[in-house]
Design a protein. Structure first.
Length: 347
């Protein structure tokens, strides 16, 4: 929501404004009425000059390599890790507080990694680094469900399988899945494009996201372990993950097994999860009910179903979770960080 120049709301810049997360962030700023004094849209040189509308006003996208952050109070970075590595220090040096939606600074000891529903106290003071990191798109919904379970029963370990949508690779991933699906439907023997995903994602699943590490796990899988530990403040938390790309346009899903220190009662578990802010439990009244990326109604909620306490090991339970990765997993979490900063008077 734009304000007059005399108001004290922050001057904001959106780096990566033309990308999938950037355009989602613009929509959320409009939907949630986030108050700002000025907004600047920034992207790579090839996207500079494009025009986007924010709150009914047309803005021309500015080139990052010539942008001056000295008139920016808060900068959202959603243009990839390499861009953040190069330009975030420059933005901070010119006085901007940065909310970074990449892996560049998440594990930096001086940079808070924040999910407001879990560890908002990290936002009570401005970080010395000048950066607040936005977690991985699959970590965010996971830790929002792990926190109340840890507080009630304690967690021994968690085993997670993710089913991650094409939009995790941005506009290029969405376009490639659509084109590969069209080509394959027309001619199953044809070779579909496989640039964003390898092999091609259409009508397939790929159990490999990001780079392979010496451990045999991928970086995406390691992120979920490291980030969950940092956000929850549990340095020895045992989380092991298999991250899988699936031919879904948008919306990440997770099958999660959690083993606790004490016996878990399903009725209490469902009640506990349903009481969490912005969490919808679908089988609260209908055991076995479940959400899917296409059927969930509220894109700003974490959706939970298939809650099953194991009869053979009542300390353990399964659940199924679905969340909009562009909103909850990226832009919404970043904007909620900004809203919390304003509420606390940090901005």
């Amino acid at each position: 929501m734009p304000l007059t120049p005399g108001d004290s709301a922050p001057r904001i810049a959106l780096v990566g404004a033309t990308g999938a997360v950037g355009t989602t962030l613009i929509r959320l700023i409009e939907e949630r009425g986030f108050r700002y004094r000025d907004v600047r849209l920034v992207a790579s040189a090839r996207s500079a000059g494009h025009e986007l509308t924010v709150d009914g006003r047309v803005h021309r996208v500015e080139a990052l390599d010539t942008f001056d952050f000295s008139a920016t109070d808060l900068a959202f970075f959603s243009a990839g890790g390499a861009v953040s590595w190069k330009w975030v220090p420059s933005a901070v040096a010119r006085g901007a507080l940065v909310i970074d939606n990449t892996n560049a600074f998440r594990m930096d000891a001086g940079t808070p990694l924040v999910v407001p529903q879990v560890n908002a106290a990290e936002l009570d003071v401005r970080p010395a680094s000048g950066v607040i990191a936005n977690p991985n798109c699959s970590t965010i919904p996971l830790v929002r469900l792990l926190r109340p379970v840890e507080e009630r029963w304690g967690i021994r370990h968690a085993v997670v399988s993710t089913y991650q949508a094409a939009s995790g690779r941005g506009h290029s991933g969405l376009a490639e899945l659509a084109e590969a699906s069209r080509i394959t439907l027309e001619d199953p023997a044809a070779t579909p494009p496989a640039t964003a995903f390898s092999p091609a994602l259409a009508f397939d699943v790929i159990p490999f996201i990001d780079e392979l590490l010496d451990t045999g796990f991928t970086l995406e899988e390691q992120k979920m372990l490291q980030e969950s530990r940092k956000i929850l403040g549990l340095p020895h938390l045992d989380v092991t993950t298999t991250c899988v790309r699936v031919p879904v346009m948008n919306g990440h899903s997770e099958a999660v097994w959690i083993e606790c220190d004490d016996v878990v009662d399903r009725t209490e578990l469902v009640r506990l999860l349903a009481a969490e802010p912005e969490v919808t439990v679908h089988d609260a009244d209908t055991p076995g009910a479940f959400p899917t990326p296409r059927t969930t109604k509220n894109p700003d909620h974490v959706h939970v179903g298939r809650v099953r306490v194991s009869p053979r090991n009542p300390r353990g339970f399964w659940l199924w979770a679905v969340a909009d990765n562009l909103r909850i997993g990226a832009a919404l979490n970043a904007l909620q960080i900004a809203e919390s900063l304003v509420e606390r008077g940090v901005l």
